[in-house]
Design a binder for this molecule. Sequence first.
Ligand code: DX5
Ligand code: ZN
Length: 217
Amino acid sequence: MAHLLAPSLLAADFANLQRDVEMVNASAAHWFHLDVMDGVFVPNISFGMPVMEAIARHAQKPLDVHLMIVDPDRYIHTFAKLGANVLTVHEEACNHLHRTLAAIRDAGMKAGVALNPHTPVEAIRDVAQDLDLVCLMSVNPGFGGQSFIQRTFAKTKALRTLLDEEGAKDVLIEIDGGVGTGNAQDLVQAGADVLVAGSSVFRADDPIKAAQSLAQF
Ligand code: DX5
Ligand code: ZN
């Protein structure tokens, strides 16, 4: 499968959000990545439901929603109603991950699990059959524009092996944080299926061109 590019709107110009959403619509990117933060699970607050509702009104590509919030079970149905296609929760934020993943699928979405840099890929082995996407955080979540943690390459390979061992070959591996032209190809080579890119798309001189070079190689 060719890889997918999911620009993170966290790096968009929030005063020109419609313009930036339409830029992604017109670009070679495949998904929108939406970073929802609560100021508790991560030391930052980004945006929530009303902003997502506004984004969904203009977005013409699937919405990949990354919840960096505690107790995400409370909001599964809300995000389904808002139009999320993929809903990703943090392994570190779920006491009953198996149940949470089932609830996400029951609500009609693809179920994703994000792992912080310190969380070993083994944490998802026993739910490998119950999820659709694993998001490896290649920075500590909470902020855009941080530098990529090199260890993620080894982790991506280890996760690919684990998913193969568990007969979960269709599970997508997503890499989130510090992705750009300097590491995108190597990440796909290592087994990544979805590349999230915030700064390297929206802060580029020509975002359309940047999206093109990260989406197709
Ligand atoms: C970090 C977010 C990322 C972030 C990536 O907490 O999950 O999606 O927007 O931004 P860049 O690509 O700038 O590292
Ligand atoms: Zn994210």
